[in-house]
Design a protein around this ligand. Structure first.
Ligand SMILES: NC(=O)c1ccc[n+]([C@@H]2O[C@H](COP(=O)([O-])OP(=O)(O)OC[C@H]3O[C@@H](n4cnc5c(N)ncnc54)[C@H](O)[C@@H]3O)[C@@H](O)[C@H]2O)c1
Length: 385
């Protein structure tokens, strides 16, 4: 095999992007697509030989692909990923891997049963050069021990028209969460990729603070890590102008990623040594400020993830992100929501039954109902409750 044959489930805004991403690559080709809405199959980027399906059973019965890309609303990710694995297909699942950790663990079980398959998650922001640089700097030891983290990710500004653009969006029953589940899975994944998992999370989460929605659109969380450092994570879809600023205070100085620019203020002496040894009351170590060049990405983020996925299938090379790693970022988001809505500090690993009970209660209050015409086909996304 010199090209992986791919089938996509879900041809909405992301799935139709993936058509173009796959079309631009040589190590894979699109051979099948499935969307329950036949209008979505009228996509001008689909080549003539691509098989089109509006029914999941017929799509899975077709044997003309080796791997499946899943780009449907989140509640269905785990179920469809497991089904694809049972059909012997490699899987690339969109973020978030699931809505709640409990169902994501079912994915983990399925992955264990199928070591012969590549099962990846679309954490495309891991491919950004600045993020790769941060990861390398943290692992190299150059920065010394982490002392404090603060990530303000408020440039996910969304209007009411955005939330109204898909009736499943921003509803407990249709989507299962708000900014933590839709916009922030990238940063939550990067948080765990860079810094590991905290042991305690305390947060304030606001439901529909800036939009007419059922779910959270602003969260501020404090994270306590077992290594002794602390983190603050701030996000909203209601602030403009927003920012994307990650500040990592370390023993050797401070690394700042702000709006795609990476800078480092490096202390000549380790801060921990200077605190102990300095003979002056108000001094500070000598510092240099350096702008770190990060270079341009070799490929568009999503294309890079799909390229690596196909290479992993063809040649056994590493994936950008294993799907099971998606459980960590998901758990972080679950912990922030649980803490915010229950007004208490949450210890990790979270109590998955407590989260499930919280979500089930929220789903029960959800006003979301599918329009009659789609109801039969789409069913209830939250049927796992
Ligand atoms: N990685 C990223 O940067 C990124 C960006 C946007 C969205 N996403 C993810 O992609 C997923 C889809 O989001 P979207 O914005 O494309 O949503 P969307 O509403 O635009 O598209 C979803 C599509 O899935 C179809 N669908 C639903 N259930 C289906 C099923 N069982 N079988 C086949 N088709 C089905 C719908 O008809 C619709 O066309 C979400 O999980 C979202 O988080 C990822």
């Amino acid at each position: 095999m010199d090209q992986v044959r791919i089938g996509i489930i879900g041809l909405g805004s992301m799935g139709s992007g993936h058509v173009r991403h796959i079309n631009s690559l040589n190590n894979c080709r699109l051979t099948a697509v499935c969307d329950l809405n036949p209008d979505k199959l009228q996509n001008g980027d689909l080549k003539e030989d691509v098989k089109k399906f509006t029914d999941n059973d017929e799509f899975f019965a077709y044997d003309g692909y080796d791997a499946v890309v899943i780009a449907v609303p989140h509640y269905q990710h785990v179920e469809l990923a497991i089904r694809a694995m049972e059909e012997g297909k490699h899987v690339l699942v969109e973020k978030p891997v699931s809505v709640q950790k409990k169902t994501a663990l079912q994915l983990l079980d399925a992955v264990k049963k199928h070591p012969e398959l590549k099962v990846a998650a679309m954490f495309n922001q891991r491919t950004l050069p600045a993020h790769i640089k941060i990861k390398k700097l943290l692992e190299s030891g150059e920065l010394g021990k982490i002392r404090r983290i603060c990530w303000t990710i408020t440039n996910w500004f969304r209007t009411q028209a955005y939330y109204d653009s898909g009736d499943w969006r921003a509803t407990w029953r249709g989507e299962g969460g708000g900014v933590l589940l839709n916009q922030c899975p990238h940063q939550l994944d990067l948080m765990q990729w860079f810094f590991g998992m905290p042991e305690r999370v305390t947060s304030i989460a606001s439901i529909g603070k800036y939009h007419d929605i059922e779910v959270e659109d602003e969260v501020t969380a404090i994270l306590e890590y077992p290594e002794g450092y602390t983190g603050v994570f701030i996000t909203t879809t209601g602030e403009c102008p927003g920012t994307n600023r990650l500040e990592i205070a370390c023993d050797r100085g401070r690394l700042i990623l702000e709006d795609d620019k990476l800078s480092y203020i490096r202390c000549e002496t380790l801060v921990s040594e200077y605190i102990k040894e300095a003979k002056v009351s108000f001094g500070s170590p000598e510092q240099w400020k350096v702008e770190l060049p990060v270079g341009a990405p070799a490929m568009w983020q999503h294309t890079a993830v799909i390229h690596a996925f196909a290479e992993a299938i063809l040649h056994g090379t590493p994936l950008v992100a294993e799907a099971v790693e998606g459980i960590n970022g998901l758990e972080l988001g679950n912990a922030m929501l649980l803490s915010g809505l229950k007004h208490k500090t949450v210890t990790l690993p979270i109590d998955i039954d407590e989260f499930d009970e919280l979500l089930s209660g929220l789903v029960a209050t959800s006003k979301w109902e599918k329009k009659e015409v789609k109801k039969a086909a789409l069913g209830d996304f939250s049927k796992s409750f």
